[in-house]
Ligand binder design. Structure first.
Ligand code: URA
Ligand code: SF4
Length: 288
């Protein structure tokens, strides 16, 4: 389906990002069906995130254009699966059908104790876009689904602005599958040990999905996927193309943070444009 510019306008309005930026070549991208030559691809892809805007107030997309050449290749850190788990659970070779019940009954870390439901992930298992959050919150723990509630709605709008949605070209997962809470029962980020215990499941999901781009939502998602210091701020990771086992990874702000700080939504839009730019041109064309 061809995404009309007024759809974009509405979605960007929902994200609180305005005025409308028109993607140059959007139509060409949408209509391209045959594979292009590498020269054509290169020239078209350099236009993908060029924005046309009649107000200078918004940070320019060409900035993202320059940044795209800064490819930071971070080898994915191999997370050691506790040996006793490996013996029983060959996670790295499981099918979807095997993996999901294993996660549902997992007791590999302390987070199993307080959970109501594990949150396995949801969406298109052949998605081009994989969005990774931190971990379930209050509502996700009750419903067993990722990103329900206000942050989820913003994430849905972010995906819509890319021409994808849950179950159609997009998959949503988290770094940990069970809700981390503090002594007062409030949400907290997972510890390094909890991340290490749970990450093999996400790694297997990534292998099974084989997405073309991963969007890491927030610090926990980005540093866990990229094997970086847990304290690295998202601000330091934005604006670069990272990679996880050869798949481009773009780090951006967590939707819950964007709800608290809407002024940063325009930066998140730049990040999404960078992610879009990293897609092979053919998949960008079928994204609308
Ligand atoms: N925040 C996350 O990181 N993931 C969810 O699933 C919900 C909120
Ligand atoms: Fe298992 Fe992950 Fe839940 Fe920990 S958070 S119990 S590793 S599914």
């Amino acid at each position: 389906m061809l995404m009309q510019s007024n759809d974009y306008s509405r979605v960007l309005y929902e994200m609180g990002v305005g005025p409308l930026w028109v993607l140059r070549q959007a139509e060409a991208l949408t209509l391209t069906e045959a594979p292009m030559s590498s020269t054509e691809t290169a020239s078209l892809s350099s236009d993908v995130v060029e924005a046309v805007t009649d107000t200078p107030a918004i940070p320019d997309i060409p900035q993202a254009d320059a940044l795209v050449s800064v490819v930071v290749s971070v080898p994915a850190k191999e997370i050691a699966v506790p040996e006793e788990n490996l013996a029983v659970l060959p996670v790295h070779s499981m099918s979807w059908e095997e993996l999901q019940p294993v996660v549902e009954s997992c007791r590999a870390c302390g987070l199993c104790q307080g959970r109501k439901k594990t949150v396995f992930g949801t969406g298109d298992r052949q998605a081009k876009w994989l969005f990774v959050g931190e971990g379930p919150g209050y509502n996700e723990n009750l419903q067993g689904l990722p990103f329900v509630g206000a942050a989820g709605q913003l994430l849905d709008n972010m995906m819509k602005s890319l021409g994808v949605q849950r179950g159609d070209q997009a998959y949503i997962a988290n770094i940990v599958k069970c809700r981390p809470t503090d002594q007062q029962g409030k949400d907290r980020p997972p510890t390094a040990d909890e991340v290490a215990a749970c990450l093999p499941y996400l790694h297997r999901q990534i292998e099974l999905i084989a997405p073309q781009v991963i969007v890491a939502l927030g610090k926990t998602a980005a540093v866990s996927l990229l094997g970086l210091d847990m304290e690295t701020p998202v601000g330091q990771l934005r604006g670069k193309l990272h990679q996880f086992k050869g798949i481009p990874v773009v780090a951006t702000y967590h939707p819950a943070y964007l709800l608290r700080k809407p002024a940063d939504k325009s930066k998140a839009w730049i990040d999404l444009c960078l992610a879009m730019k990293s897609l092979p041109i053919i998949s960008a064309s079928s994204a609308s």
